[in-house]
Design a protein around this ligand. Sequence first.
Ligand code: ADP
Ligand code: ADP
Ligand code: MG
Length: 630
Amino acid sequence: MAPIRKLLIANRGEIARRIIRTARRLGIATVAVYSEADRSAAHVRDADEAALIGPPSPRDSYLNSEAVLEAARATGADSIHPGYGFLSENADFAEAVQAAGLTWVGAPPSAIRAMGLKDSAKRLMIAAGVPVTPGYLGEDQDPDRLAAEADRIGWPVLIKAVAGGGGRGMREAHDAAGFAEALAGARREALQAFGDERVLLEKLIAQPRHIEVQVFADSHGQVVHLFERDCSLQRRHQKLIEEAPAPGMDAATRAAVTGAAIRAAAAVGYQGAGTVEFIADGSRGLSAEAIWFMEMNTRLQVEHPVTEAVTGLDLVEWQLRIAAGEPLPLAQEQIRLDGWAMEARLYAEVPSKGFLPSVGPITHLRLPTEIRVDSGVEEGDAISPFYDAMIAKLIVHAPNRAEAASRLAGAARAVEIWPLRTNAAFLARCADHPDFAAGRVDTGFIARHMDALASPPTPAVSGTAIGALDEAGAGEGPRVWSPRSGATGFRINAPPRLSATVHLDGARPDEAFAFAETPPPRAGDEDESRVVFCEGEAFRLSRFRLGEGGGAAASDGAVRAPMPGRISRLMASAGQKVTAGEALAVLEAMKMEHTLTAPFDGEVAEVLVEEGRQVVESAVLLRVQAGGEA
Ligand code: ADP
Ligand code: ADP
Ligand code: MG
């Protein structure tokens, strides 16, 4: 095996950037690859050289083995690091890399294959004496046979695609009646995602905890573990917060699980970095009797930084050394565990809308600076619809778990991103949750606490107006940013000079973001708005434009209440001809009167309120119809 001098990273985003950092420290030249969607991406800027490998679709670029190999040839790279995802667990690609005379910074193709399918991997593990989840691994995929096996295992069962990954192709079945439909769903998803509809069955573990062990093996037959991680805090079987060590892990259970992981790696002639995933029944605390092999990921894991934090080691450096033929840098007894580490995956997504991804450019980006942050983007970059919506990983390391959780929550609350929506506040609420603090986390945590975790924020900045927001100052509190000037760094500590109601960006587009202060008429909504960052949430505030139907979209002719209040005067009646800007009603709210005017020339089509009526925010008060001879 030859030394590595020029490394091509067959990946993108934060992991490409993270690998580049270590390579650079080790004096290794770096080559990035990129799709047409990533021409100006951060990982391309970071690398010494970069090569275009195809159109945005992953299939045509980051998953295109031929294009990646051609980029390596063209740039004279001597090695390829696949990162995670994409080609990292593709045995054919690993083989092609080696056949091209390049060093593959990854697991041996034979080990990738052995662990590639969940059913054959489990059979191998049974032979190696590793405990596996009770279930059915048979070739017979007849639905009746599967249903009978599920009945034998005992309800509830989990149906898993044998070729599955990333939480896809999985369905729970809680009784015989629901089995056929769950099976059909798992097969459909598996066929679509992996081109293979075969499934296996597992007993569905109650209160499951995801415990995994980081292993490393060199080409000289040595295998070590770097302790465990707990990745039980998941949304839809996808990890969201990971930590090391696992809460409640005692010496006996750790010895059992790390021992099993080392046996698993040895059984497939493993080399490089790998993760052996186990599932534990968390209903009675961790114990060696209730922890079973789930699968092995034959690559570097997204959550590897928590292991780096508690061991003080650079896992990418270890990968590169091992790939170059060096022995493991440390023996097992030299690998120590220090303190507690946590990682949160910061996604561009809206937790309250089913974790719907949010894509587009990031105009404003501030990530915490006092902790480790592995990010895939910088301010001005974009989250593309073609790839994973992860923005960054927030990684904290502290002397103990309570301190780690508190730092993680603090880091998430400090995130400022606009205009993309993120899960920052959601992450902070997870890390702050009493059950999380108590270590009562299983994979159902998020579903169980969803209402509390995703509840709409309270208007923490109520009573503050733009004039006051723009007061510069120091101290704690929400931070304000003006999209127009790009100015930032303001902190609200001055007492509000103007009365105002702040409405939250969110639910309905016509829910105006109102300021009661009467502004001089000005054009351009952005000019008038400020973004307030508070506890990881972003709120857009605009002045309430009195001349335009109470700040609501004027085009539909609906004149809405910009805030809750009382109709103190009604000047218009149905059928009345009006001109744009003509006063129609007066709303009394926040001890001020707000005149509501006609959005355009026309005729009052409908009056929906009477004088003296209390109205809710956004209530339609009148409708104006365009036209008529005003
Ligand atoms: P992990 O335990 O590392 O999260 P998964 O099997 O869930 O393992 O997925 C591996 C990683 O690969 C994911 O975290 C994800 O970021 C990445 N990944 C999965 N699917 C894709 C994809 N289609 N495009 C890019 N990255 C992906
Ligand atoms: P993938 O390859 O998609 O990552 P895994 O087999 O690793 O699939 O399982 C992913 C997640 O699904 C686990 O982290 C856990 O949350 C859940 N899970 C897997 N097996 C079981 C089981 N037998 N019982 C309960 N939950 C399970
Ligand atoms: Mg997994």
